[in-house]
Design a protein around this ligand. Structure first.
Ligand SMILES: [Fe+2]
Ligand SMILES: [Fe+2]
Length: 213
């Protein structure tokens, strides 16, 4: 039996998701981490620190993904694809929780800048959703494309000994490619190059700062 959600229900749900996204270790994955049963090779201190920096970037990327989906959810119509969108958002929660747990294993912490990037992505998602479904889905596709490039780069850079992080990134890579395909097939606009360049610049600012703090 389904029930129409009231405005208050929605607000409470939104607030709950914000907390689950921003409070460390609060997100609950629906799938076990791909790193389960994977054993690392020895790593030196510099390698561990590099792995922490990379996983912190990936974690913040997933915070942004959550915010983007939530911002869009608030304004977009997307009537036929709400279910798919919610499934994608759930997969992003898995990614968020896996990266968070891995950071803990590596004795690292999540970024102190997460609330800032959360707010910015939420705003962008809400604006895209308000403009229209084609733009909204196009934004998902362009974001996933960008995230995929990051993940490829991180898979190249990840210290060879860090087999657990690598396994997580590989599964994320697969999921993000799926999200991108879905958004394009559902009618997402392909963004022109200048917009993509703007997004790339923003992600540069994010990765440079979050690698350290
Ligand atoms: Fe993700
Ligand atoms: Fe994704």
């Amino acid at each position: 039996m389904t029930r129409q959600l009231s405005r208050a229900d929605r607000l409470i749900h939104q607030f709950d998701t914000v907390l689950r996204t921003l409070v460390p270790h609060a997100a609950q994955p629906s799938r076990p981490s791909p790193a389960t049963d994977i054993v690392d090779e020895p790593m030196n201190e510099a390698e561990r620190e590099h792995a922490v920096g990379l996983m912190r970037i990936n974690h913040t990327g997933e915070v942004c993904a959550q915010a983007l989906y939530q911002g869009q959810g608030l304004t977009a119509k997307l009537a036929d694809m709400r279910e798919q969108m919610e499934q994608a958002a759930q997969e992003e929660i898995d990614h968020l929780a896996w990266c968070d747990a891995r950071l803990q294993e590596l004795h690292g912490h999540t970024s102190v800048l997460n609330p800032v990037f959360y707010a910015a992505s939420f705003g962008l998602g809400a604006v895209a959703g308000a403009v229209g479904d084609r733009v909204s889905l196009g934004f998902v596709a362009a974001t996933e494309e960008q995230v995929g490039k990051h993940l490829d780069d991180h898979l190249r850079q990840m210290p060879a000994g860090d087999r657990r992080s690598r396994k997580i990134l590989e599964q994320m890579r697969e999921d993000e490619a799926h999200h991108e395909r879905w958004a394009l097939e559902a009618g997402g606009a392909r963004f022109p190059l200048p917009v993509k360049l703007g997004m790339r610049l923003m992600s540069k600012v994010m990765t440079k700062s979050v690698y350290r703090i």
